[in-house]
Write a protein that binds this ligand. Structure first.
Ligand code: PMP
Length: 426
């Protein structure tokens, strides 16, 4: 495939935008080469500026669970836009989306909408600190909770792709309140909790991690976290920015059967428009301004276009929950197909999968945390990524990212992907 125009557009973008992109992972730094510039997308396919058609496995990094330009979402947004794009005043649709979202997820009474996953996580931690009157938090190495200061401590996703998981610009003062544990290491968490007794406001976790590849928690680990939090009066924050409304109606809380104290959302909840949200029981949420002392705000929060996209998307998922099963089946099919080809090629690999999240790691060892994920061979990943890209298949351009399947993908698309892999020298 030819990517000439994309390369030219990238060269131009670099003159005016740092690194030519508005979010680092897009820049292909981890895999080399120039990023693809998208012209439009429909269903499971991206159409780029060179006229290539690509099978898309990122779905805008998760939101487009039903495929690109999904008709009910587009219709809702276009209709809404006729009446104005922003008011900074209350609108009825905010309550409609709040009501629907809360009815779909377990254990939550109230929800507040923000503009991104970053804002959702940042606000959830502030709320946890305000509510508990404590300062410290525990996060897990390789988990990404957005780019606010407290989280850029051994973060996953782009932060680790670029080898700067501890970002300059985050003060020592902020960093000291973020304690680090290894994913799936309950004993490590227990030690940290004992060493910081009475000082921890929250433990924040991606309940299924997606930012160091896809990593699934053991039962013992996730149940253990819940127990520790309850015993020690620490709030358990599930960052469901990726998993919310993707793994099932009720997200990871439902599929893992664990109740979190605060849950953050993003991606699917905005149907492809910039939305995030955080939710909790009334007693916690009422700590927020204007009723409570913890301040949190946003000019564009609850924006009518974003709410209409979210409402259209969640309505579809609520009415047709079989989509979660169909997505998981497609992902399992892809898993099996990729696994078979890599085994036939004698390429050491691990494939991690949960629901419609999947990642391929080029290593012999099971991938259960950041350290094991980092052992993946990036040279093989680069060949795998570029080999597929040349054949019209778009994967996340970093080994530390999960793929997100969308329901517009057909079994023919999955077969095309598996067959393309057969042709690649790894
Ligand atoms: N939390 C998780 C688990 C994420 O995956 C992301 C982004 N991929 C974020 C938070 C931050 O969301 P956003 O990029 O919308 O700020």
């Amino acid at each position: 495939m030819i990517y000439q125009r994309s390369s030219a557009l990238f060269a131009e973008a670099k003159k005016y935008i740092p690194g030519g992109v508005n979010s680092p992972v897009r820049a292909f730094k981890a895999v080399g080469g120039d990023p693809i510039f998208v012209k439009k997308a429909k269903g499971a396919y991206l159409f780029d500026e060179d006229g290539n058609k690509l099978i898309d496995y990122i779905a805008s990094w998760g939101p487009l669970i039903l495929g690109h330009a999904y008709e009910p979402v587009i219709k809702a947004v276009v209709e809404k836009a006729q009446n104005g794009t922003s008011f900074g005043m209350p609108t009825e649709i905010e309550t409609e989306l709040a009501k629907l979202a809360i009815s779909m997820v377990p254990n939550m009474d109230k929800i507040r909408f923000v503009n991104s996953g970053t804002e959702a996580c940042m606000s959830a931690v502030r709320l946890a600190r305000g509510y508990t009157g404590k300062d410290k938090i525990i996060k897990f190495a390789g988990c990404y909770h957005g780019h606010s200061d407290s989280f850029l401590i051994q973060a996953g996703s782009g932060a680790v792709t670029f080898g700067s998981p501890n970002s300059p610009g985050v003060t020592q003062g902020t960093a000291k309140d973020t304690l680090l544990a290894a994913y799936n290491d309950l004993a490590g968490v227990k030690e940290l909790v004992q060493a910081n007794k009475g000082e921890l406001a929250a433990i924040i976790i991606e309940p299924i991690a997606g930012n160091m590849g896809c990593i699934v928690p053991t039962d013992e680990f996730i149940k253990g976290l819940r127990e520790i939090c309850t015993q020690e009066n620490i709030l358990l924050i599930f960052d469901e920015v990726m998993t919310g409304f993707r793994l099932g109606k009720g997200g990871a809380q439902e599929v893992l059967n664990i109740k979190a104290d605060i849950v953050t959302y993003g991606k699917v909840i905005g149907g492809g428009l910039p939305v995030g949200a955080f939710a909790a029981r009334t007693e916690i949420m009422d700590y927020l301004a204007p009723d409570g002392p913890v301040y949190q705000a946003g000019t564009l929060s609850g924006n009518p276009l974003a709410m209409s996209a979210g409402l259209a998307m969640l309505t579809e998922l609520n009415n047709a929950p079989e989509v979660f099963k169909s997505l998981a089946e497609k992902t399992a099919y892809l898993h099996k197909g990729i696994g078979k080809v890599l085994t036939e090629k004698n390429v050491p690999h691990q494939i991690n999968r949960f629901g419609s999240m999947i990642s391929v790691h080029f290593t012999d060892e099971p991938v259960v945390d950041f350290a094991s994920s980092a052992k993946g061979d990036n040279d093989t990943f680069k060949k795998y990524f570029h080999g597929l890209l040349e054949r019209g298949i778009y994967l996340p351009p970093s080994a530390f990212e999960s793929y997100f399947l969308n329901d517009a993908l057909s079994y023919e698309d999955l077969d095309a992907t598996i067959n393309a892999l057969k042709e690649i020298d790894l």
